[in-house]
Design a protein around this ligand. Structure first.
Ligand SMILES: Cc1ncc(COP(=O)(O)O)c(C=O)c1O
Length: 358
């Protein structure tokens, strides 16, 4: 098994720590721990190690599934890894929709053959015919991210259902990473793939919508044979969810109406502010629905990386489009705290203005 370096994580590892203004993060400014009870009592493993059955039943309900069709994981990242390990082997083929969070094509590629289906600018729409063309006789998994990171695009219900039908007809699973779904307005949300039928697997977690990435709490939901195989792999990765994570997750899920509304309001107001900047500087984007925006690079800069490197000199970190295989773009995380966003935009404005004057 050979895994590609995670381009975005390596970029952030070089710059994020020292950054004065971090707009490279894809999440929502984290909530303070003191909003929760943080004492789980004893610090044993979570038993059963797939997660508390009552909390799993609560989560499973959203997918019209049973508690045993949900596995708690250390973040959505582990949920995606375990899904890949549970569904693919060296004889398999996967179809991965890109650009996306790199795990969603590099993990399948570490295990199996992969065909990528590209989303095209400017609206990053997914063409189900392109997925149909990419499917091979040994395709076992189709991978989607909805809403999509980096573009913020939501693939509509009819498109996701068409892709689900294609996966089902090929006797493959459709994995949809839905970690940004809780940030979409309820009327804009597409039903989770795990609720669409026996070939659907949804992954999610509390990092983005709830603003709790440090909890490292996520899950996968889907058919019992996949969830049970994923649990078998989890025995070798993290054994159980963290006791702290599950303790706080229970409260955060219980208070989700309040917490999600607060975070949605925050990202919507920040997105509106970023929209003003995009218009003022003549940039282009697809109006994003998650917490990340994929902006075209100002014409004074030759590439996403050139713009991002110039911004690093100004103390601002963004993610160059190259880390998503799209050099003409930069990804801005607009879920940051408001003053961070304002500071970052002011520094960006100064940099672009200086180049335009010279
Ligand atoms: C699409 C997507 N999936 C998964 C993750 C990882 O999430 P978690 O912190 O829940 O592991 C990220 C983080 O940026 C992401 O953007």
């Amino acid at each position: 098994m050979d895994i590609e370096p995670f381009a975005l994580e390596r970029w952030l590892a070089d710059y994020e720590h020292e950054a004065e203004v971090n707009l490279g993060d894809s999440g929502v400014r984290p909530l303070e721990a003191d909003r929760f009870d943080t004492d789980p009592g004893t610090l044993g493993y979570v038993v059963p190690t797939n997660g508390d059955p009552d909390l799993r039943a609560t989560v499973a309900d959203r997918y019209d599934r049973e508690a045993d069709e949900v596995l708690f994981t250390c973040g959505t990242q582990e949920a995606n890894l375990l899904t890949v390990l549970a569904t693919l082997d060296s004889d398999s083929h996967a179809v991965c929709v890109t650009p996306t969070y790199q795990s969603l094509h590099s993990l399948p590629q570490a295990v199996a053959d992969v065909t990528r289906v590209g989303l095209a600018a400017p609206d990053w729409a997914l063409d189900p015919d392109a997925v149909a063309d990419a499917i091979e006789p040994n395709t076992d998994l189709v991978v989607l991210n909805n809403p999509n990171n980096p573009t913020g695009r939501i693939h509509p219900q009819e498109t996701v259902e068409a892709v689900y039908d294609l996966a089902a007809a090929a006797d493959a699973y459709l994995l949809s990473d839905e970690v940004y779904r809780p940030l979409a307005a309820p009327e804009e949300r597409v039903p989770p793939v795990a609720s669409m039928g026996p070939h659907g697997i949804s992954t999610c977690g509390l990092s983005k919508g709830w603003g709790l990435p440090g909890l490292r709490f996520g899950w996968l939901a889907g058919p019992e044979e996949v969830v049970s195989a994923a649990w078998g792999w989890k025995d070798y990765t993290t054994v159980s969810p963290s006791a702290f994570g599950q303790h706080v997750a229970r409260q955060a899920i219980g208070r989700e109406d309040e917490l999600l509304a607060e975070n949605r309001d925050h990202v919507r107001r920040n997105r509106d502010r970023l929209g003003e900047f995009v218009a003022e500087y003549g940039l282009d984007w697809h109006l994003p629905k998650g917490a990340t925006a994929f902006l075209t690079v100002p014409e004074e800069f030759e590439s996403g990386e050139a713009f991002a490197r110039a911004l690093v000199e100004e103390g601002v970190v963004v993610a160059p489009g190259e880390t998503f295989g799209r050099p003409g773009y930069v990804r801005i995380g607009f879920g940051a705290g408001r003053s961070t966003l304002e500071d970052g935009l002011a520094r960006m404005a100064e940099l672009i203005g200086a180049r335009r004057e010279s």
